[in-house]
Structure formats: C-alpha cells, structure tokens
Write a protein that binds this ligand. Structure first.
Ligand code: SF4
Length: 347
C-alpha cells in the first residue's frame, strides 16, 4: 500500500518508492516539462520491482520523454485548427468537443494533449463557457457534445450538473458523451451525486479510457457498474502502447474485462505523435496484426475499431486489417476463401 496522497513530483515518486533515487535528477527535469500525477489507486497498481511494469510505463515519468522526434508535434491531432471559440473543437459536422478543464486525475505519459493538460490552469472561465454553449446553440448541425479536457469528471458534481443541464436545454443536441479516466484513477469520485449530475434526459454515454486489464480493479469495476446501473451506458477507448498492451493476450484480456463490466470496446487508438513518446509507440503493422489476433480469438463484443487520428486535424480513420481482396476473403483462422465478385445490374 502506498500513501494516501496523489504523487505530483519526482521527489514524491522517490518518497513513495516508485522510482530509485538515482533517477531523481533526470525525472525532476521531465516533471518540470510534463505534469505528473499518480493517484493512490494507481500507485497501488505499480510494481516498482518490475522494470517492465505496464502501470509504471503509463504513469511514471521516463527519461526518454525529453527526446523529441521531428515527426512529433505539440498538437498532434490538430485541435487548434478546428477551434472556432475557446473550449470548442468542431472537426466533424455533427459533433463537437467541449474541453471543460485542463486538469486530470492522472497524467498519462503518452497523452496527446500533454502540452496543454496540467494542474493549476483552471477550467473554462464562466464567460468562455457561456460563449462555447452559445456556439453549440447557434449551430444546429451539432447532434452530439463530447465533454473532455483534461478529464471533465475532476469537476464537482454541482458544476457538472449546471453544465450538463445547459447543454441538455439545447434542442438539437440529442447525445452527450463524457470521456474520462476517473473510474480508473479515482474511482471514489464516482458517486450517486455524480450520477444525478450527468443524468439529463438526453442519451448520455460515458467513455472509459483504460489500457491494461490490471486497471479494472474491484473499485473501478464497482464505479463503472454505478454508471451503467444509473442508465449511463459505457464504451471504452484504449491506446495501443508498447510494453503495456501490445501483445494479443493482454489486449484480449483487456477487451474481455471491459465487456464483463458491461463496457463496449469502442476505439483502439494508434498512439499519437505526441512529444517524447516514441518509446511507447508501436508500428501500424503491429497494431493490425494484433487486431487480426483479436478477431481470431475473441467474441465480436470484444472488437474495438483500430483508428488513427490523422496528424494536422483531418480526423480519425479506421486502420484495421483488410479481410476482403480480389482473390477472396480471409476467415478468422487466416484461411482464404473465394467469394464471387458482385456485378451491378446493367440493364
Ligand atoms: S487522462 Fe486523458 S487527457 Fe488526462 S493525461 Fe491521461 S490521456 Fe491525457
């Protein structure tokens, strides 16, 4: 059992026994560049005696984070290019992101928004929030509002209720989606009051970010059950990460554990070109091979879409393996079968 406080510095990491003292100076430099936070729930999951621990790889800073590659970018998915007003990203016609806060319960070492997330930067100011909601209200093609950040569930239920109620009052918004890592990082925040805050009468989905089956602890599973039992269906998004979930057994176990929690796996993201994260990225070919393995071994319920956010702000595209080609179709065992080509009726 580690401490009862969130670890926020290299010194606190050493105090908690999560790093050895010889790494202190180097990791202090990393922590000065990119925010660090490891909640007690996550600290308990880290095995400091294992140099390849998949939890440590996700949350404990690494010396390699200061090595930048030319292809990496501070805004790898191009949010800025699609921000008509502060707090809004309007990339696709029928939906917007509403970035409520820059803070998170935990700071993941691979985060694609690592240049903009961090503590102490506050949330969207009240006037900016009103301007963002006005933009949504005057843009009738917006069917879905996605609450993100940072992590929107670090806000108090009272503030969330106020925001969700104002969004729900906009007639053309039919769906609200909440992207969060809080059930993994701080499951104690998932309370009955939070359920009341998020229930607005609009279809509301909660999307859990989880990358390894060990993240689905008893407490996290109970937190997720509270959402689903409250009528807030859950989806998941995971990031494919080298040394964390880039083997078929771990990835399959993660997807099964999610489904067992009544969470439908939604996206497997190819890791974005965020600064200092090359050591955590796989190749796309490796990701496609893993998707083939998932297809071969696991229930259809366990199949997320493997997607890439195209650098520059051009949106997500599916990059999973292809099964159909001119010489037939491949089955789940990798065998090929002829399939008659379809001809359009020409008369
Ligand atoms: S919780 Fe999400 S936004 Fe926050 S650091 Fe992790 S990946 Fe980034």
């Amino acid at each position: 059992m580690t401490g009862s406080k969130t670890v926020r510095s290299a010194y606190a990491l050493a105090d908690a026994g999560l790093i050895t003292v010889d790494r202190l100076a180097a990791l202090d430099r990393v922590a000065a560049r990119y925010a660090v936070a490891i909640t007690p729930a996550l600290a308990d999951l880290i095995d400091p005696s294992d140099p390849r621990d998949p939890m440590a790889r996700q949350f404990v800073p690494d010396e390699r984070e200061l090595e930048l590659r030319p292809e990496e970018s501070a805004d790898p998915i191009g949010d800025e290019a699609h921000s008509p007003v502060e707090g809004i990203v309007h990339r696709y016609p029928d939906r917007v992101l509403l970035k409520l806060v820059t803070a998170c319960a935990v700071y993941c070492r691979f985060c694609f928004r690592r240049e903009t997330v961090g503590p102490g930067r506050g949330g969207l100011a009240p006037t900016a929030l009103t301007a963002a909601l006005d933009y949504i209200a005057r843009t009738p093609q917006i069917w879905e509002v996605i609450l993100t950040g940072g992590d929107p569930l670090v806000l108090s239920p009272r503030r969330l209720k106020n925001i969700v109620t104002r969004i729900a009052a906009i007639g053309h918004v039919k769906v609200i989606r909440v992207h969060t890592r809080v059930p993994v990082a701080a499951p104690e925040r998932v309370t009955a009051e939070l359920m009341r805050a998020l229930r607005s009468g609009k279809a509301t989905f909660v999307v859990l970010h989880a990358n390894h089956p060990r993240e689905l602890t008893i407490q996290t599973r109970a937190a997720c059950a509270r959402f689903v039992d409250a009528g807030l269906p859950m989806l998941s998004q995971s990031v494919l990460l080298r040394g964390v979930n880039d083997d078929a057994e771990t990835l399959g176990a993660l997807m099964r554990a999610l489904v067992e929690c009544r969470i439908k796996p939604y996206y497997l993201h190819h890791a974005d070109l965020a600064p200092g994260t090359a050591h955590l990225r796989t190749t796309i070919a490796e990701g496609q091979a893993l998707m083939r393995a998932l297809h071969g071994r696991n229930s259809g319920l366990c199949q997320p879409a493997y997607v890439l956010d195209i650098p520059g702000g051009f949106g997500k595209s599916p990059i999973g393996p292809q099964y159909l080609s001119a010489d037939g179709i491949e089955d789940f065992n990798g065998r090929r079968h002829a399939y008659p080509p379809c001809h359009a009726d020409t008369d």
